[in-house]
Design a protein around this ligand. Sequence first.
Ligand code: ADP
Ligand code: ASP
Ligand code: MG
Length: 440
Amino acid sequence: MMTKVVKFGGSSLASAEQFKKVADIIHAEDSRRYVVPSAPGKRFSEDTKVTDMLYACYDLAAKGKSFDEAFEKIKERYNGIIEGLGLDLDLTDEFNIVKACFIGKAGRDYAASRGEYLNGIVLAKYLGYEFVDAADIIFFKETGEFDAERTQKAVAERLIGIDRAVVPGFYGSMPNDTIKTFSRGGSDITGSIVAAGVGADLYENWTDVSGFLISDPRIVKDPLPINTITYKELRELSYMGAGVLHEDAIFPVRKAGIAINIKNTNAPDDPGTMIVESTSQKPQFTITGIAGKKGFTVVNIEKDMMNSELGFGRRVLEVFEKNGISFEHMPSGIDTMSIVVHQTEFEPKEQEILSGLHRNVHPDSIDIETDLALIAVVGRAMKSARGTAGRIFSALAHAHVNVKMIDQGSSELNIIIGVAEKDFEAAIKSIYEIFVVHQL
Ligand code: ADP
Ligand code: ASP
Ligand code: MG
């Protein structure tokens, strides 16, 4: 029998109504045997995700303030779902344990993880599936790193004997049995780990959009979905902020050769996006996707003939390394070298870095530009298409966007463009226009 692991995001499980859609999807195919839920997300745009409610509630508890009211609101979210589904389930004992652990200062990770934990209990009950606590099968090392080896073994051992199970997303346990979560959006990672662990045929990731879209729908109106994308392309896009799938969710399934299908809970018949190792499918457009992030600083270093000075680059990077700053990009010319870093990391170390650079490489000048946004234009077809960079430039010039930096990856899979933050949205829209709208 085929086995699919299905992960449902917060908006897919935000209310009883959404739970019903989820159950319909699961029941529609016998192969959908292992289910990974997120915590209840937003029901409408101004709503608050349960995860955020839990963080806020725990922060009150940790400061010794009264958190009863905030806690009641969280209980209401779950009880609303339970009632709406007409379930014979009482979470009072569970709520009391969580409350006692808040008072006992069990930690922010513990607090946040309860969102998925409780939702997993509700979903398991509703589906009639067994509930398997992620704390028993997903492990972190002492260092806080994910323990892939131990986890893989535990997931396989525990789940393969169970026909159908619900495993809550987002968290696992430390060697001392405390709870640790992945970073935000981490239920995607749990789904991937479970899929690899049980050797699934497919990892379906159900969300609120009909697949990975060519661009962020909050910037471009109704962008087209991508039919098929490779892991490599996706990695570039999710690293650069395309929020659909957590950037670390790719690794476990990729290693196991399992494809991911991004699907829409609210439009289950839409094909969504297939994420695969490689494909012979020709992409519809020269570019596969566009993504970007704000909040970067560029340090431009100028020195005549720097390219012939042995060890120049190493001495520059040494300064950043000593200050604990990793760099994002490093475009360079004959007499210039630019280091792109995260603004929030750079700011507190700015003066140490400047004096370190003067000492180490004696530059002619250093200038710093802040409030930069980076945009990644990604596509496996760019390699064989001539003039891609030229088309990007002309689109940006047309939109009156000044390009501050450009860097092409050696794989020719992506082109990174630096623009002022104020131009970010206009730049993305203009690139979408020229490569997608004009090609339709
Ligand atoms: P979930 O709660 O299901 O995990 P997320 O909020 O994490 O869902 O991810 C889905 C959201 O990602 C979409 O609603 C959309 O607003 C946003 N998003 C950003 N970039 C993209 C993109 N390129 N394609 C699709 N969605 C995107
Ligand atoms: N509930 C967690 C979050 O809001 C994890 C997830 O949704 O994937 O970040
Ligand atoms: Mg998500």
